[in-house]
Design a protein around this ligand. Structure first.
Ligand SMILES: [Zn+2]
Length: 420
């Protein structure tokens, strides 16, 4: 069992609420929107400006900064044992087009506040600590999401992403090269660093903590996401002359599939998430019986076995309900759920107790960079309450006290892991 010691407590207590808040507000000026949010999408000039802001912060305190082939940025606090694998504390600086000030940015700046707290105590950790800003977690400007952390963890090859296009038509490989050239940090190969462990702090982006009146939660895992496409193949026909009994109406079939799946997957614990987010209907003409429908289903659950079971159900229900239309079911993409390392969860709980932040265990409904880091090293996450559970919105907000309290838990855990 990993327990924080007196130095971990000192580091946690050195976290400065005003200093952290001030840093958050200064970063939020980069890409600031009128209604209080930010538009700082991945690999834009504003994203690079945010990275250079972090690099200047590091330089002013004598820390070095590195970037890798995926334009991930790292601020490094050296350890007494320089050759040891570093602890990584990170999140992302990119935002949605109408994003908030805290999603991602808080995780990076809280990491800087951890370094500042250690420095102020005059301490040197055994292992190096690196604060990471991962590229394109949001996937608002180009796919795939978590480009940087997935390439770093090797869960996805960076080369497979380079020819993707941004929404504004640029080639991702060219945008990466331009961002790296404009970022004032030394380049190092992406797989030259293996973290000993990884931590991330993030606003909850949901209402659970606020509703419970609790500022800080400990994340036990992240649910998986599977996109499944059901193609329903009927026959186009005249809407006025074709008898109902003779029709092969693909949209009717889609409707029956959706109603049937909704009732068959009713989850009284409300953990399963099944969303019929997209219907492409052909020819999509009011006077014509629909010949073909592409229904895209988004399926999320923390247990892979349940995801497999629901996928099996979709494969059974689709042909049965769409009859006399034919159906084809394909998995478009899948990300398995992750359960975080029990030793890190235990440490974060101990740190939360020490900092008087009763941190309940909770699941993350949204994906995060830690999903990828968790595949290569012991990983954990801390959540902080956000106002109304609102995120990916300009109104996104969190309390300075809660942000600082979460950062205290993060700092105590980081110190403990860097000295293990
Ligand atoms: Zn985020």
């Amino acid at each position: 069992m990993l327990r924080p010691d007196a130095k971990a407590a000192a580091v946690g207590n050195a976290v400065d609420q005003d200093r952290l808040w001030d840093l958050l507000m200064r970063l939020a000026e980069i890409g600031a929107l009128e209604n209080g949010g930010v538009n700082r999408q991945a690999l834009t000039e504003l994203d690079t400006e945010a990275k250079n802001f972090v690099i200047e912060w590091a330089r002013a305190r004598g820390f070095s900064a590195f970037q890798d082939d995926a334009a991930n940025l790292f601020v490094r606090m050296p350890g007494a044992a320089a050759s040891q694998d570093p602890l990584i504390v990170g999140s992302h600086l990119d935002s949605q087009p109408t994003g908030g000030k805290f999603d991602g940015a808080f995780g990076v700046l809280a990491g800087l506040e951890v370094l500042e707290s250690i420095r102020q105590q005059g301490l040197t950790p055994e292992r190096p600590i690196e604060v990471a800003a991962w590229t394109n977690e949001e996937a608002s400007r180009f796919l795939p999401g978590a480009t940087g952390s997935s390439a770093f963890a090797g869960t996805r090859e960076l080369s497979a992403v380079l020819d993707n296009r941004t929404v504004d038509g640029a080639r991702v490989g060219d945008e990466l090269a331009a961002s790296i050239a404009a970022t004032r940090a030394e380049l190092r190969p992406i797989h030259s660093v293996r973290p000993c462990a990884s931590l991330e702090i993030h606003i909850e982006q949901g209402p659970i903590l606020e509703q419970a009146g609790l500022p800080v939660g400990i994340v036990k895992g992240i649910q998986g996401v599977r996109r499944i496409q059901v193609e329903i193949l009927g026959e186009t026909a005249h809407a006025g002359t074709t008898q109902q009994a003779l029709r092969k109406d693909a949209l009717d079939g889609a409707a029956r599939i959706m109603v049937s799946l909704r009732s068959l997957t009713k989850d009284y614990d409300d953990i399963l998430r099944l969303t019929f987010g997209r219907i492409d209907s052909f020819p999509n003409s009011p006077g014509t019986v629909t010949g073909k429908v592409r229904l895209t289903i988004d399926l999320r659950h923390p247990d892979k076995a349940v995801m497999d079971k629901v996928e099996g159900l979709i494969r059974e229900v689709a042909p049965a309900q769409a009859h006399p239309c034919r159906t084809e079911v394909r998995v478009l993409s899948t990300v398995d759920p992750i359960a975080f390392d029990p030793s890190i969860i235990g440490l974060l709980e101990n740190c939360a107790n020490m900092m008087n932040a009763s941190g309940p265990l909770m699941l993350s409904g949204a994906g995060h960079d830690s999903l990828h880091l968790g595949r290569i090293c012991p990983t954990g996450m801390v959540f902080v309450a956000c106002e109304g559970g609102i995120s990916h919105h300009e109104a996104e907000n969190a309390k300075p006290f809660d942000l600082a309290l979460g950062t205290r838990v993060l700092a105590a855990a980081a110190w403990t892991l860097a000295n293990r």
